[in-house]
Design a protein around this ligand. Structure first.
Ligand SMILES: Cc1cc2nc3c(=O)[nH]c(=O)nc-3n(C[C@H](O)[C@H](O)[C@H](O)COP(=O)(O)OP(=O)(O)OC[C@H]3O[C@@H](n4cnc5c(N)ncnc54)[C@H](O)[C@@H]3O)c2cc1C
Length: 485
């Protein structure tokens, strides 16, 4: 049986070697430690949903490899509908958690990308990577594994290629190839959902040339593999998340630095080693589906923002419809990124190895929208809610229940017919969604918007469009680009 329950999922995380740290402290149990438990809780909700008959269709699917029912996040995506369902899954995850569950999505996307690229590699180079990958996927499907995805390197000087860096470890690289596997060194940084993951899928962070052959590596490693030290990143809400009560929801998100110190990866987990000519298509395929689907993530969070803003308005004593115009603008932003992503998927194509990829021009256009529209949605949620939602302009939960003066805080927190606590809870949620830990990587998650703009630029056929304009304007003479002055 490939479907796992929440309890089985939590138990399997507890069985991993503790190698995650934060604040110079090793986290012994990620499922209960205050700094990781909310990330784990967010991911656990996907397991609950898979067991819920009303959500089962979205949260599970039939494996095209075995015909078994599996968690959707373990599936290959051969058809357009599979990628559309992936987008809908992400929107639904935001409804359940309010935030990013990167452990359910980046590794999932990476595995699909590598299925296509190993198909190309095996066909062109006579390698046998895809059968290895298939074994890994079958195991992930059978065990319901959660897999974080790691592309982003420490990078060093942004103007230099990996091989030109002062420190050759600035990008993760292969330091030794052995008969039975490879040894890797370097760091992957800002990796989402690692604390909730069993596995980490590693891909190259960019397209590389021959000089950077050692950096062309793709593999999957257990999260607790020997030689890997993980450091959770600092979040703006740190400290407050340790408080009980309404100061933070039960869900959360986190990123991590992954520090690889000569880590041995057995050959059956290696899916690319040195084939630099194929790194460009990894990035192309990865960003196409990722940037199409991320529109659904921010739409899902936008939906929650509309709901939270409506709750604060009512708790403030005002009908939510007072702000109907703002809520329409929020909804338009949500549907714009969701719809552009769905359009990118619909305009995509099936790779010969049997994976559906979204159209790059539309997907990268969506990344630019994702890096702008949600900030406007957040602004509107703050405008509706008043000062209480904006910068934490009301006391903490501990003060709210203080035996000495809590009754006074509660008395003055109350506004409309709802209790002061309800107003406080709704306001903190808006703050969390718009300023704090609930803010997902709209700007740089999935790559920077400027990178997306480069793709939009390269795929916009300006000369073809000049031709349409010339014809309509009745211009017959050639109008070349003036020489650079
Ligand atoms: C919340 C969040 C979650 C994330 N989760 C993951 C994850 O799960 N897995 C993962 O692999 N990564 C993840 N990332 C990392 C993300 O992919 C990177 O942040 C992104 O690719 C940008 O890289 P960077 O942060 O190093 O920015 P930088 O490379 O430092 O870029 C900063 C700015 O400089 C520009 N720039 C960079 N180099 C050049 C150049 N040579 N010429 C001109 N302009 C340049 C960029 O376009 C950008 O505007 C996450 C990030 C965030 C914020």
């Amino acid at each position: 049986m490939a479907l796992r329950t929440r309890e089985e999922y939590l138990q399997s995380l507890r069985a991993l070697r503790p190698n995650i740290h934060k604040f110079d402290r090793r986290i012994e149990d990620v499922t209960t430690d205050p700094v990781t438990r909310r990330t784990v809780e967010s991911h656990a909700r996907a397991f609950d949903a898979a067991g819920d008959k009303d959500r089962l269709d979205l949260f599970t699917c039939t494996s095209n490899l075995t015909g078994e029912r599996i968690h959707r996040f373990n599936g290959l995506m051969p058809a357009m509908e599979d990628v559309v369902q992936s987008a809908r899954f992400k929107r639904a995850m935001y409804h359940l958690t309010g935030t990013c569950t990167g452990g359910l999505c980046v590794g999932w996307n990476a595995m699909n990308v590598l299925w296509a690229v190993t198909g190309d590699l095996d066909r062109d180079c006579g390698t046998a990577y895809q059968p290895r990958l298939k074994e890994w996927i079958l195991r992930a499907q059978e065990k319901g594994l959660v897999t974080a995805g790691a592309l982003t390197d420490a990078k060093g000087d942004r103007a230099l290629k990996p091989s030109g860096q002062r420190d050759p470890d600035s990008h993760l690289r292969v330091v030794r190839v052995r008969e039975d596997g490879i040894v890797i060194r370097g760091a992957k940084v800002m990796i989402a959902g690692v604390a909730a993951a069993h596995e980490i899928f590693i891909l190259p962070g960019s397209a590389y040339g021959e000089a950077d052959r050692d950096y062309a590596v793709a593999c999957a490693v257990p999260r607790d593999i020997e030689g890997l030290t993980i450091v959770e990143t600092r979040r703006p809400s740190d400290g407050r998340e340790l408080d009980p009560g309404f100061d933070a929801p039960e869900t959360g998100t986190s990123q991590a630095y992954l520090l690889f110190e000569d880590v041995f990866v057995p050959a059956d987990r290696v899916f690319m080693c040195g084939e630099y000519g194929y790194t460009g298509r990894i990035i192309e395929y990865f960003t196409a589906n990722y940037r199409a689907c991320i529109g659904a993530c921010v739409a899902g969070q936008g939906d929650v923002m509309i709901g939270a803003a409506a709750l604060v308005a009512r708790a403030n004593g005002l009908p939510a419809k007072t702000f109907a115009g703002k809520m329409v603008d929020m909804a338009v932003n949500n549907e714009t990124t969701f719809g552009t992503g769905i359009g990118a998927i619909a305009m995509g194509r099936r790779h010969p190895a049997g994976i559906w990829f979204a159209d790059p021009l539309l997907a990268h256009t969506n990344k630019v929208l994702v890096a702008t529209l949600p900030y406007e949605t957040k602004r509107l949620a703050q405008e509706i809610g008043g000062g209480a939602v904006e910068t934490g302009c009301f006391p903490s939960y501990a003060d709210f229940i203080s035996p000495e003066y809590g009754h006074l805080v509660q008395k003055y927190m109350k506004a409309g017919p709802a209790s002061g606590e309800t107003r406080a809870r709704a306001a903190r949620l808006v703050e969390w969604l718009t300023l704090g830990a609930g803010v997902p990587g709209c700007m740089h998650g999935g790559g920077s918007p400027d990178g997306a703009r480069l793709v939009v630029r390269s795929r916009t056929p300006v000369e073809e469009f000049v031709g349409y304009a010339r014809a309509l304007a009745g211009i017959e003479e050639a109008v070349p680009e003036p020489a650079q002055k």
